[in-house]
Write a protein that binds this ligand. Sequence first.
Ligand SMILES: Nc1nc2c(ncn2[C@@H]2O[C@H](COP(=O)(O)OP(=O)(O)OP(=O)(O)O)[C@@H](O)[C@H]2O)c(=O)[nH]1
Ligand SMILES: [Mg+2]
Length: 288
Amino acid sequence: MAIIFIGQPNTGKSVIFNSLTGAENIVSNYAGTSMEISKAEVDWEGNKVIFYDTPGVYSLHTSDQAIELVNKLFQEEKIDLIINVVDASRLEVNLALTLELLEFSHPVVVALNQVDLAENLGLKIDSQALAGLLGCPVIKTSIHSRQGQKELKAVINSYLATGITGIKRSASISCTACANAGSCSNCSMGDDIMERSQRARIIAEQVVDTANNKHYGWLEKMQTLIDAPFPGVFILLLVGYLGFVLLLKSIQLAEGPLTALLQPLNHYIAASIKSLLSPGLLSNILSL
Ligand SMILES: Nc1nc2c(ncn2[C@@H]2O[C@H](COP(=O)(O)OP(=O)(O)OP(=O)(O)O)[C@@H](O)[C@H]2O)c(=O)[nH]1
Ligand SMILES: [Mg+2]
C-alpha cells in the first residue's frame, strides 16, 4: 500500500510524514522546504506501507518542477491513498487543491493541520461539516498538541482493513445566498481553477466560524501575499530592486564624506611610502 502526502507549501506535510514514519525530513517555516519526493517504507501493523512526502503545490494542473515530480509519481507508482495536508488557518486558499484532489479516483483524507494556529486566530472549524461537504474524512491535527495523530492512524488502519475511508458526501455544496442548494450558478460549477476557488470560498464560509476572528496582523498578511506565486514573485523582485537602488544611493551619499575622511590617511600612507623607498618610478607610483 502506498500513501502520498500532498498539500500547499508550508502546511506541515513533512512534520506529519516524520511523525508517522519516524523519518527526519527537514521542516522549516519557509515555503518550498521540500524540493524532492521522500519515500519511507514502514512496517505498519504487519503490512508494508510506503509513505511519500512531496514538495508543496498549489495545483496539479499547472506546471513547475514540483508539480511534474508529483504527477510523475502518480504515473509510475500505484498510489492507494492521498493524505491532503491543509493549513487550517488558510482554509479557503488550501481547499482549492483539496477539491482538485477529490476529482482524482484515489481516496482522500484531509489532515486539517495547524488547528492550534487557527484557534489562536479565533477561527473555529466544523470538521464534521467539512467532511460531509467534501465527502472524505477530515481530521484536525496539530503538531504542538499532537492532536489528531491517533485519529489519522485509525483512518489509515481502517483503509488498510476495508479499502474505504468511510465517509460519503452528506450535503451538496451550497452557497450561503442560495436557498436551493445545488441549483444556483455558484453551486453547479465546473472544474477549472477559478471555479474551484469559488467553491472553496463557499465551503469555507459554511464551516469556519469567524465570530472571534482576531484577523491577521500585517506580518501574516504579508506572508500570505509572499507565499502565493502571484503576487509573491513580483513582491520579492520589487524588494530586491528597491534594495539595489538603496545600496547605490547610500554609496553615492557616503562617497563625499568617506573621501574627506580617508584623505588624511591617504596623505599619511603616501608620505610613509616616499620616506621608505628611494626616489624613483616605484615610489612615485605607490605614493600617487
Ligand atoms: N503552529 C503549528 N505549526 C506547525 C504545525 N505543523 C507544522 N507547523 C509548522 O509549519 C512549518 C512548515 O512545516 P513543514 O512540515 O516543513 O511544511 P511542508 O508542508 O512540508 O512545507 P513544504 O515542504 O515547504 O511544502 C514549520 O515551521 C512547522 O513547524 C502545527 O500543527 N501547528
Ligand atoms: Mg516539506
